[in-house]
Design a protein around this ligand. Structure first.
Ligand code: ZN
Length: 137
């Protein structure tokens, strides 16, 4: 069995941002040499997420509005008693989830026709990481 690990670094200009990462994940799969296996893509933070969905700007706005409705930015989160102000970012991360596992078939990511991979930043403007871990043969 082969294994391959790669880290992606992000430092977003805005506090909240969506970044399309399918091309860099595809590149990592190529670098790994794995033909049949799995690719884990996981945010190494508790205020960010990784998800699979459509690369369509209207939908992205809908996702942000949905997240803001369920986990709005507020001042009165108990978490803020620690001196932080990112309570909403932790909750948004729980809604989106922090990782995805993708199949690799014949040396390529085996995604559905509209499936694309995104890094979701909920508390950025600092250096943050995503791990890509690929295993297989
Ligand atoms: Zn926090």
């Amino acid at each position: 069995m082969k294994s391959y690990t790669k880290y992606l670094w992000f430092n977003t200009q805005k506090r909240r941002e969506l970044i399309h990462i399918t091309p860099v994940v595809e590149e990592a799969v190529k670098e790994s040499g794995v033909k049949e296996g799995f690719c884990l893509v996981s945010a190494m933070h508790i205020t960010a997420g990784v998800f699979v969905n459509d690369n369509e700007s209207g939908l992205h706005q809908d996702i942000w509005e949905w997240l803001e409705k369920l986990a709005p930015y507020r001042r009165d989160y108990r978490h803020h008693l620690t001196g932080e102000d990112n309570g909403d970012a932790h909750l948004k991360s729980l809604l989106i989830h922090h990782e995805v596992i993708l199949p690799i078939t014949e040396g390529k990511l085996d995604l559905g026709p509209w499936q694309r991979i995104f890094y979701a930043e909920f508390d950025g403007q600092r250096r943050k990481r995503v791990i890509i871990k690929i295993i297989g043969e």
